[in-house]
Design a binder for this molecule. Structure first.
Ligand code: ADP
Ligand code: ADP
Length: 233
């Protein structure tokens, strides 16, 4: 099953004097069960690509299908709904809500979907067990280490059973011990069936992925361990 299909994606940012052409014709497909790392130097377009994939931003040109849904010409609330249903997002800076407990942070996406309380409890405990943090469910994020907070953020991304988990520099704010733990967790989740796309500049970690996509100046330059054919432009 194809989770992501991007065709000739361009992204231009209008500046006051100059226009930045951040993505210059990116085409790629990602199949269910893949673990893809997107690498490349600062400014090459990694974050832009991830935010378009996550429907946080839209392309200037090109087509993007997620789970066979064409995302062109969607209204804002439709995009939000598709994002909530199909995508889990993990940020470098965790983005947890400090005045909610761990349990409440993870429950939030399900509450927005009007899931029943008993089902929410069951599912939150399930993902907390998966990230080995059930014993911290009543803590606040600021009572936890960075590595623990990132594991909570991963649990929140998982809770709605998304088709695609997008991860932006997950180890960027962590020391190497915590970084290794988070990467090990992502590998475990992928083995358990999650499709993951991760942006990282750390080559130690990109090697954990089953496929590496390297960007340079808004274009895909090389691919390693390729299981799917990806067209250049
Ligand atoms: P990376 O994540 O690889 O560092 P980005 O996707 O953040 O790269 O940025 C790609 C290019 O687009 C850069 O030149 C950056 O300055 C520019 N850019 C990113 N976001 C914006 C924005 N919101 N407005 C204007 N330019 C942007
Ligand atoms: P782990 O190995 O599970 O990531 P750590 O060894 O980093 O945990 O931390 C051990 C304990 O210390 C944690 O259970 C956490 O409650 C507490 N702790 C760690 N860092 C902080 C912090 N910055 N603020 C408050 N408590 C912390």
């Amino acid at each position: 099953k194809k989770v992501v299909a991007m065709s000739n994606i361009h992204k231009r940012y209008d500046g006051q004097q100059i226009e930045t052409h951040a993505l210059q014709g990116v085409s790629l497909e990602i199949m269910q069960g893949e673990f893809v790392a997107i690498t490349g130097p600062s400014g090459c377009g990694k974050s832009t690509l991830l935010s378009i994939m996550g429907l946080m931003d839209s392309a200037t040109e090109g087509e993007y299908h997620i789970a066979d849904i064409n995302t062109s010409n969607l209204k804002v609330d439709q995009r939000t709904q598709i994002r909530n249903e199909h995508i889990g997002y993990v940020f470098q800076s965790f983005n947890l809500i400090d005045n909610l407990t761990v349990f409440e942070n993870i429950a939030l996406p399900l509450e927005h979907r009007n899931v029943k309380k008993t089902q929410i409890k069951q599912r939150v405990e399930e993902v907390l067990t998966q990230v080995d943090m059930l014993h911290r469910q009543n803590y606040r994020p600021n009572q936890l280490s960075g590595g623990q907070q990132q594991r909570i953020a991963i649990a929140r991304a998982l809770v709605g059973k998304p088709d695609l988990i997008l991860v932006d520099e997950p180890t960027g704010n962590l020391d190497s011990k915590n970084g290794d733990q988070v990467m090990l967790l992502l590998e475990q989740l992928n083995k358990a069936g999650s499709t993951i796309v991760m942006v990282t500049h750390d080559s130690r970690y990109s090697r954990c992925a089953s496929r590496q996509i390297q960007l340079l100046d808004g274009q895909i330059v090389t691919e390693q361990n390729t299981m799917q054919q990806v067209q250049g432009v």
